[in-house]
Design a protein around this ligand. Structure first.
Ligand SMILES: Cc1ncc(C[n+]2csc(CCOP(=O)(O)OP(=O)(O)O)c2C)c(N)n1
Ligand SMILES: [Mg+2]
Length: 621
């Protein structure tokens, strides 16, 4: 047996450079490169190995470990999960900064490889700097925090243990059911230790991403239910994109006439102006989707987890006879709502169902009704996003209207948290399947900027726009420096409204009077109701090296966005929005429990309303 003598870190880097995915005949490198922040625990191990193999393993310098994971996840999502990045960190705080990013990746079923440094395997001098000492268990380190948020976790206590674990890690990253964050924790002494590796470990390897075919009986059962349904509705989730099933969904909807609503992750599954498209569903859904959902006698979920936003916290599907068919690659999700499960790849399942339903169409009454609803909603979108005059300060919806004007079909819009996901979900006219990139599985403030970098790396032919609230910007502007350093062209649209507009609105709804949600000076009475704070986020972005354009009116915003789009360098467009322009009201409920006893009248009233809503909640059994 030929062997090669390398350190564990060198062997891992060499191995990673030779892994590929393949689906539908397209082959891609699985690990495109490695993000890293060095400290003790990886500088001498993985850091040295990347330097040694710099040409085979491109390195990107992160500023915050959580943000590195966001960048890798943004890249993976924009690559339809066929490719991702690794992230290397020091031990201790560098490693635990990964936890939030790992949870985000796992919840969204998006692959990322985490390589945190770890304590010494040989324990020559415990505690090493930054070591958590657990008196009753010497084998525990802070990296154990990553276990519940990882789909695979191992700590490489011995060099040769890397071989089976590295293979396991690749299997999980490329498995459409299992994928998420994969963690290989690397004790720092082991990283630097040499071993004689079998040469085959470094051979080119291709991981086929399979399209599992559903059981024929389940397809027949689903087809029978669909034929019997008078008012069926499709809910397209993120699985439609993961499978690349957009075209199959379009054919299925066109041939049966069944309308299509979309979750946040599924937005863009069908072009906004398609005759079967109803837009978003649920708490942040369109009026037409939610109306049709309330009356539907059959819900066909495609690649959806049925989150509380989608189901309006189990109040949306109000027809007493409603049934469910769930197409999902994951048995766990396919069985939700006591559905007829069709377990398999979304594209294959939709193609098979289209075949099984040949000649079947829903009634013209159903079609007329949802088309009229969709038309009414299109008018709401037009009115809401384009009502301001050119010389007026825009509301947030009008920022979206101007973006819609300036952006090309293939441009990407990225967001994750704040009041923007709600506005985007209701109002954004998604044109290309890859355009609408809102991370709402974890809705994590700070995802936007690093994810935009990842999305741009995944597809440099697309312009990428990160929509960032002021609260979000303050939480994680760090990766702007990376965009500047690498000349990665992204546009950051920085929306200033002096605090947490979203949570302020929610606070008001639950009777808590916007407590703690405004960025204002404290007044003599102790409340934050003074003047807005004198922070200048545009100057802040400039100080990090960004080109910054300030816009005070709708016309200026249009010009600034056009200039940013045409620019070569990363650019921020700063806009202060008009808070008097309220958001559209929610079409359906969201369960946020209200205090059962309180002295304030606002809370008591909110509780009463809450109890009325709770009564409409139901199980589907
Ligand atoms: C990391 C993280 N912390 C807290 C929250 C809870 N949260 C959701 S939205 C929000 C406020 C966002 O403020 P901003 O970015 O200014 O957007 P706006 O609500 O003003 O539109 C908070 C605190 C979150 N989603 N993510
Ligand atoms: Mg804000």
């Amino acid at each position: 047996m030929t062997t090669r003598r390398l350190t564990v870190a060198q062997a891992l880097v060499r191995f990673l450079a030779n892994q590929h995915t393949e689906r539908d005949g397209v082959r891609r490198r699985l690990i495109a490169g490695c993000w890293g922040i060095f400290g003790h625990g990886n500088v001498a191990g993985v850091g040295q190995a990347i330097l040694e193999y710099e040409r085979d393993m491109p390195y990107l310098q992160g500023r915050n470990e959580q943000a590195m994971v966001h960048a890798a996840v943004g890249y993976a999502r924009q690559s339809n999960r066929m490719s991702t990045y690794a992230c290397t960190t020091s031990i201790g705080p560098g490693a635990t900064n990964l936890v939030t990013g790992a949870a985000l990746a796992t919840i969204n079923h998006l692959p990322v490889l985490l390589l945190p440094g770890d304590i010494f395997a040989t324990r020559p001098a415990d505690p090493v700097l930054q070591q958590l000492e657990v008196p009753y268990a010497r084998d525990v380190s802070v990296n154990d925090c990553l276990r519940p948020v990882s789909r695979y976790f191992d700590r490489i206590w011995r060099p040769e243990a890397l071989i089976p674990s590295a293979l396991d890690a690749m299997r999980v990253l490329t498995d459409p059911v299992e994928t998420g964050a994969v963690t290989l924790a690397l004790p720092q002494d082991v990283q630097a230790e040499a071993y004689d590796w079998p040469e085959e470990f470094f051979a080119e390897r291709v991981w086929r991403v399979h399209r599992p075919v559903p059981d024929p009986q389940s397809v027949a059962d689903a087809a029978a239910l669909i034929r019997a349904a008078k008012r069926p509705l499709i809910i397209a989730g993120g699985g439609v994109h993961h499978s690349g099933a957009e075209e199959a969904l379009r054919v299925f909807a066109e041939s049966t006439g069944i309308p299509v609503s979309e979750t946040q992750a599924g937005r863009g599954s069908l072009r906004f102006d398609h005759a079967c498209a109803l837009g978003s569903i649920g708490h942040t859904g369109t009026a037409v989707s939610d109306d049709i959902a309330r009356q539907a006698d059959l819900i066909i979920g495609v690649g959806t987890r049925y989150s509380d936003f989608t189901t309006a916290s189990r109040t949306l599907f109000a027809n007493p006879d409603v049934r469910f068919v769930n197409i999902n690659i994951t048995s766990f999700d396919a069985h939700k709502q006591a559905a007829v499960p069709v377990i398999g790849d979304a594209r294959v399942a939709l193609e098979q169902l289209t075949g099984a339903l040949e000649g079947h169409r829903v009634s013209e009454d159903h079609v007329r009704e949802y088309r009229a609803g969709a038309q009414r909603w299109a008018e709401v979108v037009e009115r809401t996003t384009r009502s301001a005059a050119g010389d007026e300060r825009p509301g947030q919806a009008e920022v979206l209207g101007v973006l819609d004007e300036v952006l090309d079909d293939r441009d990407v819009v990225i967001n994750a948290a704040g009041s923007m996901p709600e506005d985007l979900n209701k109002l954004w006219r998604a044109r290309d399947p890859q355009q609408y990139h809102v991370e709402y599985g974890y809705s994590c403030m700070g995802y936007e900027i690093p994810a935009a970098i990842g999305a741009r790396l995944a597809d440099p032919s697309r312009e990428v726009f990160a929509l960032v609230g002021d609260g979000t910007y303050l939480m994680m502007p760090t990766e702007l420096v990376t965009a500047v350093q690498e000349g990665i062209k992204i546009t950051v649209v920085l929306v200033q409204n002096h605090g947490y507009a979203s949570i302020g609105g929610l606070s008001e709804k639950v009777g808590s009077e916007r407590f703690g949600t405004a960025y204002r000076f404290r007044e003599a009475d102790g409340t934050f109701t003074g003047q807005p704070l004198p922070v200048d986020l545009a100057a802040n972005a400039e100080s990090l090296g960004m080109q910054v354009l300030r816009a005070a009116t709708v016309d200026q915003l249009r010009n600034a966005l056009r200039a940013a789009r045409a620019a070569e360098e990363p650019t921020a467009v700063y806009v202060e929005t008009d808070p008097a322009k309220a958001q559209l009201p929610a079409e359906a409920w969201w369960d946020v429990p209200v205090a059962e006893v309180a002295t304030r009248e606002s809370t008591q009233l909110a509780r009463k309303n809450y109890e009325d809503q709770v009564r409409t909640r139901r199980h589907h059994l």
